[in-house]
Design a protein around this ligand. Structure first.
Ligand SMILES: C[S@@+](CC[C@H](N)C(=O)[O-])C[C@H]1O[C@@H](n2cnc3c(N)ncnc32)[C@H](O)[C@@H]1O
Length: 219
């Protein structure tokens, strides 16, 4: 049984309880991903460790032509995905069904659930599934943000979490054979300040956001 199987039915409500609005923070990550894709992007994207598809849904709202595959080790999480999202993408918990030619792969808030000894292997496998010129986007909790650390310490999902400092994530991207293209910070504003969310990309260099996005580029 995968760790997240037990949260498949109430994933969103657990996250809503922890951070206020799961959808709002998924949108913050999707907006950051769009800076790497462009809104007209129509290529192949893998959302690795997609959970119940919150980020996938936010991404499809912003980049509707994208060809999206969601993968997760938790089949019950995938089974909980309803229409219209189910039909808008391909979903799998079987690694052999994945392609090896993605334009972009997103791994969002997964690596802190992977034991450190296995992280290079996971990123290496994802790097192998990218086309030359493709990008790997790693979203992670920002350990520098005290509110993030508080949320992680109190969230039912995160009993096993070992957070990654941006420097670790960037070093692991390089170990996977990718050019590390730096790190953008995001999720600066709580939902009550949602009107400020579109301005976040101007703050991306400030290491204060609740999350960060590290970018690896395959030569
Ligand atoms: C905190 S959730 C993140 C879900 C989603 N990516 C998001 O950003 O909302 C972590 C997810 O990673 C999945 N996961 C954990 N280890 C994994 C692995 N080695 N391979 C693929 N998925 C994994 C879990 O099943 C869970 O659905």
């Amino acid at each position: 049984m995968a760790e997240f199987d037990r949260f498949a039915g109430d994933y969103r409500s657990v996250l809503d309880g922890a951070v206020g609005s799961a959808h709002y923070y998924a949108r913050a990550k999707a907006l950051a991903a769009v800076t790497q894709l462009g809104a007209d992007f129509a290529g192949k994207v893998l959302d690795y460790g997609c959970g119940v598809g919150l980020l996938a849904a936010a991404l499809l709202e912003l980049v509707p032509r994208v060809q999206l595959t969601g993968f997760d080790v938790s089949a019950p999480c995938l089974h909980s995905i309803g229409e219209p999202l189910r039909s808008a993408a391909t979903w799998s918990s079987e690694p052999t069904q994945l392609a090896d030619c993605y334009d972009l792969i997103i791994i969002s808030n997964v690596l802190h659930h992977v034991v450190p000894a296995d992280r290079d292997m996971v990123l290496g496998e994802l790097a192998n599934r990218l086309k030359p010129g493709g990008k790997l986007l790693v979203f992670e909790h920002n350990p520098l943000n005290p509110l993030t650390r508080w949320v992680v310490a109190h969230c039912a999902f995160d009993d096993d979490a070992v957070l990654l400092w941006p420097r670790e994530t960037q070093a692991r991207l390089r170990t996977a054979g990718l050019h590390s293209q730096g790190c953008d910070y995001l999720a600066f504003f709580p939902q009550r300040l949602a009107r400020l969310q579109p301005t976040e990309r101007h703050l991306a260099g400030l290491p204060l956001g609740a999350q960060y996005m590290a970018v690896g580029h395959k030569p």
